[in-house]
Every structure is written in C-alpha cells, then in structure tokens.
Design a protein around this ligand. Structure first.
Ligand code: UFG
Length: 326
C-alpha cells in the first residue's frame, strides 16, 4: 500500500484526473484547493481540504493531519491573457504561493514534489520539436511565473535536498475515458472545449485566431495531450522520486502537432455536427507552432501514453460535454 499524497489544485481539471490516477495506483490523494476554480464534483478519490497555498497555518494543519509523503502541485492561475493584464496576481499566487508550500514541506520534512510546469516557459521556439534543453524565454507573466518556480525548485534541491519533477505540459485536453470527470473552466478559453460547445450549439460559433501562419493550413499548430496520459506521468514521476531517481525536468506532449482547422475537423467527425467557425486575426503572443519531443519522459520516467491520438482526445471530451448537457 502506498501512502498519502497532497494534491494542491486537486479539484481542478488536471489535478482531479491525477487524483483518480493516484487512487488507482494505491495512493490516497488529499486534495488541497481554495476552490476558486475547483469543483466539488471533481473531488472523488480522497478528502478535500479547502484552503489556500498562501495560508501557512492551514498548510501546517493539513500536513500535520495527513503526513503526506509527497506533493503533486497543480494549484496555479493559468490564464495567459489575464497574466498580462494583472501580473501581480500571477506572481503572488503562483510564485509566492509555491514558496509558501515549499516552506511548509520543509517544516514537515516532506521532500518530494511533482510540479506542473508548462511549454509556455519556452516562449517562441527556435527549433521544433522542443526538447528540454531549448532556451526558456517566456513571453508572458504566466510563463515567467512557472519558470521562476522551476528555478526555485532547483535551488531548494541544491540547498535543502527537496527533490522535484518539473513536468512541462503541452496542451492538456480530453476527459476521463470512464466519464467520471472532465474539463470545465469558467471562463473557457481553450480550443477543444470551445469547438465542442459550438458543435453542441451552446455557443454560436468559434473564432479561428489567425489564418496566415507559416503552417500547412495557415492556422496554429499545438501538441494536444490526453489528460489521462498527463495524469499517468505524475504517478511515474512520483515513483521515480520515491526510488531515489533525483530531480528531473520533462516535457509532456505527444510529439504530434495539429492545426486549429484539424481540431475543428476532428470535432466535426466525432460529433457528426457542423461547427460554425469564422476566421479572425492572430491572438497576440501565440507562437505559430509548439510541439514536444517527449522522449525524455518515456526514457526517464518510464511513461507510456495510451491515448496519444487526437481522435481519442476529442472523443472522450465530446462524451464528457454531452453528458453534462443535462
Ligand atoms: N484558438 C483559436 N480560437 C479559440 C481558442 C484558441 O483559434 O477560440 C487557437 C489558439 O490560437 C491556439 C490553439 O487554438 O493556436 C490552442 O489554444 P488554447 O488557448 O487552447 O491553448 P494555448 O496553446 O494558447 O495554451 C496552452 C495552455 C496554456 C499555456 C500555453 C503555452 O492552455 O496554459 O499552451 O503556449 F500557457
């Protein structure tokens, strides 16, 4: 039997899928979430502690009560546009919040953390696919906040022996294949749920942000990774740290890029519905293409993605959104 894992942001989209994966792997996930963006219905595989990572007393109480052997740290604000408009909010919550969490870990002798980093730490790519040694030059405060945390984690390893896995996610998408949980952001800004909402008639149409990029059909290319595969990588990372593997940084993507038009086409195929779409201007700050070389996660973590095709991603997402129509 494995032990207790503290999951900050465990009531969110990726965090809740990780809680399910933890439970299936024999761990007890304790969700620690301020419930600003989290959902009660997403907490199904362990207790919920409603508190903020900036609250040192609450962290002390939860660490003392559950004695977690490691932390999966998802809690963060993650709206790129908002981070440009209100950087203070992002640096305070993401960076100061992580420092508060790390300080609590040290007070309670917890020395392993798996951290949600992002491909947004790379900024605009020089070469594709992106490997972990590509220069990191974020182009927005959200990406900067995540890069700062990666640096903090390296320093905490060197000085205090806190071991980390920093996982640089590409575009998380899809839903739990059993239909237990799925993606539900408010506001929703991500492409796949927006296209699905348009197919369902819940929104009138979807805007394509830019059609003059240097890509095969002029629209942006992204690497969509199934949230269940993303969750599985956290279990692999946890085991790696448990086995004394040392701190590690890995990309989590599929290595395959799809254009915005290809995503719309896949939603139309899976749903059997026409998606009303219109062509708009570029969204500021969007690199033309982002896709990963994820070989390191496979080699170093032993990660085995199971749903690494766009059809499975869209199909599970479509079923989830259909089940929520009520
Ligand atoms: N897009 C549209 N129309 C929309 C929404 C998105 O055309 O209504 C396009 C975007 O321009 C982009 C692609 O669809 O090319 C995917 O956009 P998302 O907003 O779904 O995702 P991003 O690639 O912008 O963002 C993701 C993560 C962020 C992370 C970022 C790194 O969600 O957390 O990758 O670039 F910071």
């Amino acid at each position: 039997m494995n032990g207790v894992i503290l999951v900050t942001g465990g009531a969110g989209y990726i965090g809740s899928h990780a809680c399910k994966a933890l439970r299936l792997a024999g761990y007890t996930p304790v969700t620690y979430d301020n419930m600003v963006y989290g959902h009660d219905w997403a907490v199904k595989w362990g207790p919920l502690e409603t508190a903020d990572i900036l609250d040192a007393a609450a962290l002390d109480r939860v660490f003392a009560r559950y004695k977690p052997e490691a932390v999966l740290h998802f809690a963060a604000f993650a709206y790129v546009g908002e981070s440009v408009a209100d950087p203070q909010k992002y640096y305070h919550n993401n960076v100061t919040g992580t420092l508060s969490l790390l300080a609590a870990m040290r007070r309670h002798a917890c020395s392993r953390i798996v951290f949600s980093s992002t491909c947004a730490t790379y900024g605009t790519p020089d070469v594709l696919p992106l490997t972990e040694d590509h220069p990191q030059r974020p182009i927005n405060p959200y990406g900067h906040s995540k890069l700062m945390i990666e640096q903090i984690l390296r320093d905490f390893d060197a000085a205090y022996g806190v071991k980390h896995a920093a996982l640089r996610y590409f575009n998380a998408a899809g839903a739990d294949p059993d239909g237990d949980i799925g993606e539900d952001h408010d506001p929703e800004t991500h492409l796949i749920p927006l296209v699905i909402h348009a197919a369902q008639g819940r929104r009138s149409r979807v805007e394509i942000f830019g059609t003059d990029y240097d890509t095969k059909d002029g629209t942006c290319v992204r690497d969509y990774i199934h949230v269940t595969d993303l969750a599985a990588a956290h279990i692999d990372a946890l085991r790696c740290l448990e086995n004394g593997g040392g701190s590690v940084v890995c990309n989590l993507g599929t290595g395959n890029g799809f254009t915005v038009r290809e995503v719309i086409g896949m939603v139309e195929r899976v749903s059997g519905k026409k998606v009303p779409a219109f062509e708009g201007p570029r969204r500021p700050g969007d690199p033309h293409a982002l896709y990963a070389n994820a070989a390191k996660a496979v080699a170093r973590l032993g990660w085995k993605p199971r749903y690494d095709n766009l059809e499975a991603i869209v199909e599970t997402a479509w079923r989830w959104h259909e089940s929520r129509k009520g």
